[in-house]
Ligand binder design. Structure first.
Ligand code: SAM
Length: 295
């Protein structure tokens, strides 16, 4: 399939910003505007509530929300389903003593999702190294009404895990720079321009993976960390399963504080679990495959 054909099969996803209103209110408001609660593929006006991610709605691929007043008012977030899994899996508690890190935050879709799951309670430290992207992040957080977030224009790798400021952090989201190879056409704007293809692809992937591993290992140094979610928008095992495998073989994990959570703990209702072989056979070289849908 071409990029355009693939894009036509992917619903337009919209996450209801529950910091501002409820999904019930959003659904009622959409129905008064002529949308029909049915399926995103029924008609141009059809939409549905997602079966896996709470507060996520799916619309016809032709629906556009970029100019919509709900989007401009921060009442809805334009966020694809795949991008909603990391915060949903991290599932930080919504309480005053909930302390969370988003290590790589801009443009802030997952940060605002975490903030919503925390119901604006506790504290969410949101790191972003790049100055320009940091500006985008702060604008997004303000539009979405996130009040429990402390955005920091700081390189996560330079943060001292033993700084008392972070000693109550229990949950960490790590969504670092990656090749973006899993991003289908319509989402190209999410790609970071800072990453350029300057040479042999596998070489580049290995360099990205080395950086990603460094980031996860750094996250594991936070003394209170209980749960770390690592995500990429890549389809390459080099950046996914291999990073997880190397993480599990690292001294930090071998010390016994961390293990790979299984199906019963993470989205039991989701049938896909990546490529188990890639976790076990370090030397195998993978040829990438373009998936027919995101997720
Ligand atoms: N989580 C974001 C979202 O859902 O909107 C997308 C994150 S994007 C894939 C990765 C981000 O991490 C980029 O904005 C990049 O500038 C930032 N980044 C890369 N290395 C970093 C580091 N060492 N410390 C902090 N931010 C970093």
């Amino acid at each position: 399939k071409t990029g355009d054909q693939r894009t036509a099969l992917i619903p337009r996803y919209v996450r209801v910003n529950t910091l501002v209103w409820s999904t019930d209110e959003a659904v009622k408001s959409l129905i008064t505007r002529g949308f029909t609660a049915s399926s995103p593929f029924d008609s141009i006006n059809g939409f549905a509530i997602d079966e896996h991610i709470p507060d996520l709605l799916s619309f016809s691929p032709q629906t556009a929300f970029h100019e919509d007043s709900l989007y401009k008012a921060g009442k809805i977030i334009l966020q694809d389903k795949a991008s909603c899994f990391p915060a949903a899996v991290l599932a930080p508690p919504a309480s005053d003593d909930s302390f969370v890190i988003d290590a790589t935050s801009a443009p802030g879709n997952k940060t605002s999702h975490l903030s919503a799951l925390m119901k604006n309670k506790g504290k969410l430290f949101a790191f972003e190294r790049d100055k320009k992207r940091f500006v985008t992040l702060t604008a997004m957080l303000s539009r979405a009404g996130c009040k429990n977030v402390e955005p920091l224009n700081v390189d996560f790798l330079t943060v001292d895990p033993l700084d008392p400021k972070y000693n109550r952090v229990t949950h960490i989201l790590l969504d670092p720079s990656c090749s973006g190879s899993g991003i289908v056409n319509r989402l190209d704007h999410l790609l970071e321009t800072e990453i350029e293809d300057d040479g042999d692809q596998e070489d580049r992937l290995k360099r990205l993976a080395a950086f990603q591993l460094l980031m996860v290992k750094h996250a594991m140094k936070f003394p209170g960390a209980q749960k770390i979610v690592y995500s990429t928008c890549s389809i390459h095992a080099t950046e996914n399963e291999h990073v997880v495998r190397d993480t599990l073989n690292s001294d930090e994990a071998q010390a016994g504080r961390f293990y790979l959570a299984g199906r019963n703990e993470v989205l039991p209702q989701w049938h896909r679990r990546g490529l188990p072989d890639e976790l076990e056979h370090p030397s195998k070289v993978v040829s990438p495959e373009i998936p027919s849908h995101v997720g």
